[in-house]
Design a protein around this ligand. Structure first.
Ligand SMILES: NC(=O)c1ccc[n+]([C@@H]2O[C@H](COP(=O)([O-])OP(=O)(O)OC[C@H]3O[C@@H](n4cnc5c(N)ncnc54)[C@H](O)[C@@H]3O)[C@@H](O)[C@H]2O)c1
Length: 331
């Protein structure tokens, strides 16, 4: 495979840093752009000094910064656009910024891709489907949002929905665009602060001998997907010139998620068992408005067009994560 010049926006974040690491190890020339709003340079510590990697600290909405990334790369073959304000608490607390960063970041990077005729991969989300009850989440399902006067949760999902519209429009104009919807990725570098996300929050609470908060009655389910499986989905969607059976990939959306569904109450139980601690306390608290009851992926497109399947079971992933959190230097 030829070596590509690749821009990864949000490259210091949880998913972006894992993707950058893979691409750099494959020999591609990679620039990671990140404002460090939530990402860290530490996430990139393994590749920061690599000859084929550069980190640029800047805002994805700034066209001068975007142009400088292309200058550093000496051209542009592929954009992975992952920069976004992520983390559920922000969606309610900072809806204006979520909309601004997520929508304008997507529009500016799409324009950059068009100017350089680069392939474009957009990190969307199952939240682009809003509060639809139809599961599994499949292309063609209704994307349904509630009254913004009730809550602003969908500043995020709405921004991903509009991002998908902008991507589909660009695809119709001739740009090679692929859309990825990751389903609750988890792994050792996942943040577990008050803004999200649940697997890390639970592990952190256990490590700090604190009480686990279960939102609502805990019956809501999610499909947690190991970081390497999600990274593999991004890699395939970006690097394959065509689908495994020769089809055109542009304009397709790929649900990248495990089909192993688990309730949040059972997740708490499984994580406690994984930690081997038997004195962890739990309590139920009021959840976030607009939190969906289920988020289960239909992975037909990913399987048939990309040859993608999740390989790591939830229990294996949780074991690996606990081991890394408690013994980071052990092989
Ligand atoms: N992790 C998941 O399970 C999941 C699920 C669905 C969608 N996604 C999407 O995948 C992408 C990556 O998610 P993640 O989990 O790595 O989140 P993350 O918060 O770790 O990464 C996003 C990165 O974008 C950066 N960023 C924020 N605002 C920026 C700005 N104005 N300019 C430049 N950089 C900016 C942040 O600092 C962060 O490093 C996001 O677009 C997210 O919406 C993730």
């Amino acid at each position: 495979m030829s070596k590509l010049r690749i821009l990864v926006t949000g490259g210091a974040g949880f998913l972006g840093s894992s993707l950058c690491q893979y691409l750099v190890e494959e020999g591609h020339l990679v620039v990671a752009l990140d404002s460090l709003f939530r990402g860290t340079k530490e996430n990139l510590s393994d590749i920061l000094n690599a000859d084929n990697f550069q980190f640029i600290h800047g805002d994805v909405r700034n066209v001068d910064v975007l142009d400088s990334t292309v200058e550093s790369l000496g051209g542009l073959d592929l954009i992975y656009h992952l920069a976004a304000v992520n983390g559920t608490k922000w969606f309610h607390e900072a809806a204006h910024s979520v909309i601004d960063v997520n929508i304008n970041g997507t529009l500016r990077t799409l324009e950059l891709a068009m100017a350089h005729e680069a392939r474009y991969v957009f990190a969307s989300s199952p939240e682009a489907f809003g509060e639809t009850e139809i599961q599994p989440i499949s292309d063609g399902n209704l994307m349904q949002f509630t009254n913004p006067a009730e809550h602003q949760r969908h500043s995020y999902g709405g921004s991903k929905y509009l991002g998908e519209i902008a991507c589909q429009h660009a695809a119709r104009e001739g740009l090679d665009v692929r859309i990825i919807r990751p389903f609750n990725a988890y792994g050792p570098k996942l943040l577990g602060d008050q803004y999200g996300q649940v697997v890390s929050i639970f592990f952190n609470k256990i490590l700090n001998n604190e009480i686990l908060n279960i939102h609502g009655d805990g019956s809501q389910t999610r499909s947690f997907t190991w970081i390497d499986d999600v990274t593999d989905g991004f890699v395939k969607a970006g690097l394959l010139d065509s689908g495994i059976e020769g089809s055109n990939l542009s304009g397709h959306a790929f649900n990248i998620g495990s089909t192993e569904e688990i309730s949040i109450a059972n997740l708490a139980k499984t994580i406690i068992e994984t930690s081997g601690k038997n004195d962890v306390e739990q309590q139920t608290v009021v959840g976030y408005y607009g939190d969906s009851n289920r988020r289960l992926p239909d992975i037909k497109n990913s399987k048939n067009l990309l040859g993608w399947l999740s390989k790591v079971s939830l229990q294996d992933g949780l074991n690996m994560m606990w081991k890394e959190l408690t013994n980071p230097n052990q092989p």
